[in-house]
Design a protein around this ligand. Structure first.
Ligand SMILES: Nc1ncnc2c1ncn2[C@@H]1O[C@H](COP(=O)(O)OP(=O)(O)O)[C@@H](O)[C@H]1O
Ligand SMILES: N[C@@H](CCC(=O)OP(=O)(O)O)C(=O)O
Length: 372
């Protein structure tokens, strides 16, 4: 057996707040220097690495003298802004010791939900990698409010894996991996060494954050593995303080919990649709249309649509739901919501007579459709 990381050439490494800030005592210079040295070694093996680092809020709290995590969102945002300076500085210094440049990239959900900004983020990141720079990513906490937050950097790491079609996501945390139950609460819990990304049994084992510093806990890591697998990326969850963890994984050693992606890589366009946490609107499909999409691999025709919800433009990503409200697929709409309302339940041969033009026989073409 070899680790899933050995073959990977493009890797996202995510480090959690408690690791980066030495459990809230301040930036752990020695640990960060060790990860930088390991990432330099990975690059020498020909691998491209993107780092997603948490810790801005935890570091900002310390610098501003907050003993408890503030509940006021603007105080949290202030902490993030202050702490991010420390993160940028320490990563820049640590990588410079290996003659490697770093770049600060702060992203919000809105950046990845918008086609143009998504493509810009993707091009910037791939350009940085081509130029030999290690991008250091965090959520742009100062500009987000709750509804548009990724919420945790595990999700952000997975979305970045989707964005640049990474082969692997390594989540470094303060436990040796996923245990059969939260080891802080159940001392008899055992380490799960491998599994299938997306296996619902894993979600049942994973609990919330064990400390007040981390946001997501183990559940967001398991869900991140599921999301990363949608673009074919494998996930490893491992202890960030384990000696030489990244280089040993790259040499094939199995460490922590390996969650293998079962699916191959989707096309970039399909990934973009699968990555959408929020979509512009919804169309409700009758049972026949659900069958055509999910079982027969067909396009969505207007005749199979029984309702159109929300307002959207041509080319928007919309969600297809069954009459029971269950999401079935996502895709790019050929018609605006107003046009879709006029042609729903109608055969495609009538589109021209109703609208005066035809953008396509389908409301969503199969090529622009991804099943959920
Ligand atoms: N089944 C589980 N296995 C391992 N850890 C778990 C599990 N369920 C909950 N946890 C908790 O998740 C914590 C890690 O998540 P979190 O605190 O968000 O870390 P990070 O800052 O690295 O993202 C662990 O310290 C642990 O207490
Ligand atoms: N953007 C936040 C990240 C919060 C977060 O996701 O933390 P963690 O669960 O430790 O990865 C910060 O830098 O503090």
């Amino acid at each position: 057996m070899t680790s899933l990381i050995q073959e990977a050439t493009r890797i996202i490494v995510k480090v959690g707040s408690s690791l980066v800030t030495n459990d809230g005592r301040g930036l752990d210079h020695a640990a960060i220097a060790r990860w930088a040295a390991q990432i330099a070694a990975l690059r020498a093996l020909g691998k491209e690495v993107v780092l997603v680092s948490s810790g801005a809020i935890a570091e900002g709290m310390l610098r501003l003298g907050f003993e408890q995590r503030p509940t006021d969102i603007h105080e949290l945002q202030a902490c993030a802004a202050v702490g991010q300076m420390g993160l940028a500085q320490i990563y820049e210094t640590s990588f410079r010791a290996h003659q490697i440049g770093t770049a600060q990239v702060l992203l919000t959900h809105a950046d990845l939900a918008d086609r143009e900004r998504y493509l810009n983020a993707r091009s910037t990141l791939t350009t940085l990698l081509r130029l030999g720079v290690v991008p250091i990513i965090n959520e742009n906490d100062t500009v987000v409010t709750d509804e548009i937050k990724f919420g945790d950097n595990d999700t952000l790491g997975a979305l970045v894996a989707n964005l640049i079609e990474a082969d692997a996501l390594i989540i470094l945390t303060d436990q040796r991996g996923l245990f059969s139950a939260d080891p802080r609460k159940d001392p008899a819990a055992t380490l799960i060494t491998n599994g299938r990304a997306g296996d619902p049994a894993l979600e049942a084992m994973a609990g919330g954050a064990g400390s007040s510093l981390g946001r997501g806990g183990m559940l967001t890591k398991i869900l991140a593995a599921k999301r990363a697998a949608k673009s074919g990326a494998h996930t490893v969850i491992a202890f960030g303080r384990e000696a030489e963890v990244l280089t040993r994984l790259a040499c094939g050693e199995e460490i922590g919990t390996e969650l293998a992606a079962q699916t191959g890589q989707l096309t970039a366009r399909k990934q973009w649709m699968a990555d959408h946490l929020h979509t512009a609107g919804q169309v409700v499909l009758d049972a026949g249309a659900v069958q055509k999409l999910s079982k027969e691999g067909k396009s969505l025709l207007p005749i199979g649509v029984s309702d159109v919800r929300g307002e959207f433009g041509r080319g928007a990503v919309i969600t297809c739901v069954g009459e029971d409200g269950q999401p079935v697929a996502r895709g790019l709409s050929n018609y605006t919501s107003a046009e879709a309302r006029r042609i729903m339940r109608k055969p495609s041969s009538e589109i021209e007579a109703i609208l005066g033009f035809v953008e396509g026989q389908e409301l969503i073409h199969r090529d622009n459709l991804v099943l959920l």
